[in-house]
Design a binder for this molecule. Sequence first.
Ligand code: 5GP
Ligand code: MN
Length: 355
Amino acid sequence: MVKIDKFQVHAMIAALDEAERPIILTHARPDGDALGSSLGLCRYLKSKGKRPEIILADKYPDTLSFIPENEEKDMILIHETGSEAAEKAIAEADLIFCLDFNSFGRTEKLSDALQASAAPKILIDHHLYPDRSQFSTVFSETEVSSTSELLYYILLKMPEIEGDARRLPPGVGKALLTGMTTDTNNFSNSTFPSTFAMASELLAAGVDRDGIIANLYSRYRENRIRLLGHLLDSNLKITGDGVAYMIIDKGTAEKFGIREGETEGFVNIPLGIDRVRMSVLAKEDEDRFRISIRSKTGISANRFASTYFNGGGHENASGGKLIFGTDIANDTAVLEKYIGDSAKEFMTGQKDDEK
Ligand code: 5GP
Ligand code: MN
């Protein structure tokens, strides 16, 4: 089960006690775990009489807009649409919680302000290889499903919670269960005994899981499903070594009217094919292709991401990027060849490793 270091818990309690302007930061283009853990912590801090703000590099996708309550939406500052207010909040903060990222760079537009701040920084994260030197207190655990799960076990250690999920302030459990559900792809990956224990305790405490599931998986726009159909029918390629890949260029995303966050989950689908061992999704963004990678046990998505796509993440779920201006990312045909060639080189190496 998840071990939470009591000295770090004490450090967090002491830091909180002194803090007048605590803020919460998470990674750029927040996903369900980033937003769920941030709101879970925000609700907890509010119950302690604090007035925390959540600072995001970019707006969260519409698909996750059910997570914050309406009255919470103005506690969230978004750099993309209000850079001055976001940077001011970071500069004035006297305690910064860093959730669901392992180094400042992952906050993208927030990273300069974060770097410039002298405030104590508490990391709560489940990614591999955290840059410990950047934080004053580090809660880093990779054997958990999500940051939401790690935060859940940290909050249980708070004196007034007494290890009892029913004592968590209103809305905390719901936010954390939501974040854990998205990071495990609804309990299909990265689950540990502690993950089910958390779910069980939160359900017993009355959290409405059916409501969470309905919001997450039954409220997509039709466009998303149509694009998925198109990709599986005419875009998906599978190499002889079992690497599946799909590329969504801007034209295709526009044709289907796709919004940010609506391709979430696509990369998992080809893994359902028996011979597929790793799946890659490349999506064209403003100045880069964003790469999502998922792999089956025995294949390191993390190593594939760091070797070929300037990225990282977890062993079986990673991501990266190819910035425009390089030959590879300027032309979809070249990109496609790059993915195919990288996959071949990587999987050939895997075979050698296995000998
Ligand atoms: P996703 O495919 O859902 O965008 O990301 C999967 C995992 O890879 C997440 O844990 C995420 O934090 C990580 N990840 C995504 N993009 C990058 C990146 O550019 N750099 C690093 N280091 N990790 C990334
Ligand atoms: Mn996460």
